[in-house]
Design a protein around this ligand. Structure first.
Ligand SMILES: Cc1cc2nc3c(=O)[nH]c(=O)nc-3n(C[C@H](O)[C@H](O)[C@H](O)COP(=O)(O)OP(=O)(O)OC[C@H]3O[C@@H](n4cnc5c(N)ncnc54)[C@H](O)[C@@H]3O)c2cc1C
Length: 230
């Protein structure tokens, strides 16, 4: 079971690391039981049932009295999707204040895919291995060119904030993400789901693993009631 300080590797150079957590099933129970001026120190069967009840009836606010702080490394394209989740806090590596790190996402051959169908209902199909390898080589060449241009611009004195504009969204970025269990469940419901881009889904899976380890009863109820955030 991954816990605080642990890191789950994702994609070719990325990771999700749980930097800190103040997140237990009891935080949900006590958030609800304060209505009756009760506080519990240990979970029992009644508390498990209470969590199921809160999840099923969408009594959502008791799921907010906790926090997970993650350190994430992912491609910028994934970070853009991630940062749409407004009910959470972000701080990201600045390419104004420091130089980029040469770290780019190249999908494994089996993840080089084509799409069929209509927007919102795409089916993704792996490409022939030979084509996939060509695509990987094309991506690497493009990244190399972008990186060389970036370095040349820095070498002649262009400001970092301007030079970064030539870098592609396959570049890895790093950020801190702090989120409570309610908003985390919304993230996992949307991003560890079939409709999500495969790459962010890998991150959604890692986040869900940490969540399940920290708050097993809450996670169980989340799954039981259809993986929908309360
Ligand atoms: C498969 C998929 C495809 C997507 N495609 C697109 C796309 O093509 N273009 C695009 O722009 N985005 C797209 N998104 C992003 C999506 O629209 C959401 O912005 C993102 O998933 C964050 O979800 P959220 O608003 O529920 O999360 P949060 O921002 O964390 O909000 C959590 C919850 O708080 C409430 N809330 C937050 N802000 C408001 C508000 N202003 N008013 C009322 N209630 C609020 C809502 O109940 C919301 O569910 C896509 C997402 C997915 C999963």
């Amino acid at each position: 079971m991954p816990g605080v300080g642990d890191k789950i590797d994702v994609l070719d150079h990325g990771f999700v690391r749980l930097d800190a957590a103040e997140a237990t099933d009891l935080s949900v129970v006590n958030g609800a039981r304060v209505s009756f001026l009760q506080i519990k120190d240990e979970m029992d069967d009644r508390d498990e049932k209470l969590i199921r009840f809160l999840m099923r009836e969408k009594h959502a606010s008791p799921f907010e009295h906790n926090l997970f702080r993650f350190h994430v490394k992912c491609p910028i394209a994934v970070a853009r999707e991630w940062m749409r989740h407004r009910w959470s806090s972000f701080n990201e590596h600045s390419l104004r204040y420091s130089e980029a790190i040469e770290s780019f996402y190249v999908p494994a051959a089996e993840q080089v895919r084509t799409q069929t169908g209509k927007p919102g209902r795409y089916t993704f199909v792996p490409m022939e291995e030979e084509t996939a390898e060509k695509v990987r080589a094309m991506m690497e060449a493009q990244y190399r060119q972008a990186w060389d241009t970036y370095q040349s611009m820095l070498d002649i004195g262009v400001a970092r904030e301007l030079a970064r504009l030539v870098l592609p969204v396959g570049l890895y970025t790093e950020f801190y993400w702090t989120v409570n269990a309610r908003a985390l469940m919304n993230f996992v419901a949307l991003r560890n789901a079939e409709a999500a881009m495969w790459e962010i889904r890998q991150y959604g899976e890692a986040v869900e693993e940490f969540f399940a380890a920290q708050m097993p009863s809450t996670h169980k109820a989340f799954v039981e009631f259809g993986r929908v955030a309360p």
